[in-house]
Design a protein. Sequence first.
Length: 326
Amino acid sequence: MKFPRKKFMYTAGIFLLCFTACVSNPKNGQETVNDSRIDLPDSLSLKEACVRVSAGLLSLAKDRINIENGLFYALIDSAADSLRNALGDKAAGSNGAHAIINVVYETWKIGFDPCDTLIETLLPELVCAHKKGACLGVSLIILMLAEKLKCPIHGVLLPGHFFCRFDDGNVSFNIEPNKSGFDHPDDYYRQKYLSGNKPWYDLRNLGDKEIIGILCFNAGNSCLKFKNYSLAQGYFWESIRRVPAFVEAKGNLAFAYAQSGDLTASKRLFDTLFNAYPDLNGLAANYGEVLLALKDFGKAREVFSKGLVYFPADSTMLSGLAAINR
C-alpha cells in the first residue's frame, strides 16, 4: 500500500515548538544513528552552561549571526557586581530580586517576543542585543544575575511557558518574564496552563541542573530547525538525563530519530510514550507517521484512531487514517 506523505510533526511542551520536515530514504532501523553526547557536567554553573550551549548553536547559525558573546557575559558579571556593591547583604534577598527586575526591564529595556522558535529569542546574548526575547531567553538573563548575587530566584516549568520565582523560604513571589516581571499568583498559572495528564508540571522550583536541562531541550529543538539531527539527539538525551520526567524531551528525541532515518529507534520510544500519554498533543500524529513509514498500517490505524479521540480535528491523523482506509 502506498502512503504519499512522509512528514513528521511534533508540537512540544515548554515552548510549543512545531517542526515539519521530509524524511528522505528512510533506513527503517537497519542502521542506527549515533547520538552526539553533550558534555555538560553537573558541576557547571548556569552561566557556564549558557556559554557552552550558546557557542554550539551560534556555530550552526554563523552564516547569519555574528556576535561577540563574551561581551554579554562580561556585562552580566559587571551588572551583578554593581548591584552587590549597591545593596550589600540585601543583594541576596528580595531587594536583590527587585533590583534584577529593574535592571532587565528598565535599564536594559528587554521586552517580550512571542516568536519562541528562533535562537534569537532563546540565547541570552541575542535577547540582550535585540532587546526582546521569549520566556526562557529572558528568564535565563534574570537567573544568571541571580546566580551571581546568590539571590534565590528559581525557574518554574509549565506547558508552553517558563517563568521565575523568588523564594527564600519566607518570602515568595513570581516573576513573569513576558510581563516585565509582573507577579502573577500561582493560581493564575494553574488555571491558564495546567490541565490533562501531565504530572511533570507541578509548579515547583527548579534547580540549575533542571534549568540547564530545559535549555538543552530548546537547544535540541533549534538543532532540528537546522536539520542537525545527531546534535539534536544529544541535546534531548542531556535534557532527559537532567529532567527524567520531562516527557516532551523524550517525544522530541523520538522525532529526531525519525528525521535522521532511524525509524526503529523512533518507534521504540513512541511505543512507550503513547501507552502512557495518548493525550499528549502531537504524539499520536508523529507516532502514526512513523508507523506508516514502517508500513505497519494496522498499528498506525489504531494509533490514529485513539489519537483522534483526544484531537478530533488533527489534520495529520485524519489524512493518515483516510489514506490507510482507501
